[in-house]
Design a protein around this ligand. Structure first.
Ligand SMILES: NC(=O)c1ccc[n+]([C@@H]2O[C@H](COP(=O)([O-])OP(=O)(O)OC[C@H]3O[C@@H](n4cnc5c(N)ncnc54)[C@H](OP(=O)(O)O)[C@@H]3O)[C@@H](O)[C@H]2O)c1
Length: 162
């Protein structure tokens, strides 16, 4: 099983200044991300790894980069293909922009958090989720609350196979 896990704003924005657009203002999404990815292999680009700053626990961490990270507890792969070969568990591609663009044709499932806000500072984007390629199979709406500054939907898309 190969999936992408991503959070996007209303314009498919995912990041700016090597950080998330909503920074730490959506803890429910971090919990959702942890729940989906725990026990799996997570594949990420070098910049996303630097942004997270440490290997994430209870997951096999694989960083794609032309150079080894040298960080204990992290595997490095020179290409996405070798990252897939190294992975031992269900595979979750977790960004960022460059890696999503390369991986979207390889995965069968997209776990997308749709943040109901536009962030004008966005400089990194997720590819368009094409309606002739992806079918929405689940959507769970959440209003903003005391802890989560923006409304958001947890959405699952599956690749159309017929
Ligand atoms: N909203 C979300 O869900 C989400 C999730 C993750 C990240 N983000 C955001 O996305 C932004 C980072 O994305 P980004 O596009 O700038 O960087 P990125 O995709 O995280 O990392 C790019 C780097 O990864 C390596 N790389 C990428 N594709 C590769 C491939 N096919 N083969 C080998 N190496 C490859 C290269 O590293 P080397 O230069 O070392 O060779 C490249 O410079 C940040 O703002 C971050 O916060 C958002």
């Amino acid at each position: 099983m190969k999936a992408i896990v991503v959070a996007i704003d209303k314009n498919n924005g995912i990041g700016a200044d090597n950080d998330l657009l909503w920074q730490r203002d959506l803890p429910a999404d971090l919990a959702h991300f942890r729940k989906i990815t725990t026990g799996g292999s997570i594949i990420m680009g070098r910049k996303t790894f630097e942004s997270i700053g440490r290997p994430l626990p209870n997951r096999e961490n694989i960083v794609v980069s032309r150079r080894p990270t040298g960080v204990p507890g992290v595997l490095t792969a020179a290409s996405l293909t070798s990252a897939y070969e190294l992975a031992r568990y269900p595979i979750f591609v977790i960004g960022g922009g460059k890696v999503y663009a390369d991986a979207i044709d390889d995965v069968d499932t997209l776990y997308v958090t749709e943040v109901q806000e536009s962030f004008t500072q966005a400089s990194v984007f997720f590819p368009v989720i094409k309606a002739n390629v992806w079918k929405e199979t689940s959507r769970e709406h959440h209003e903003a609350d005391d802890l989560n500054k923006y409304a958001f939907d947890f959405v699952v898309y599956e690749r159309i196979t017929d």
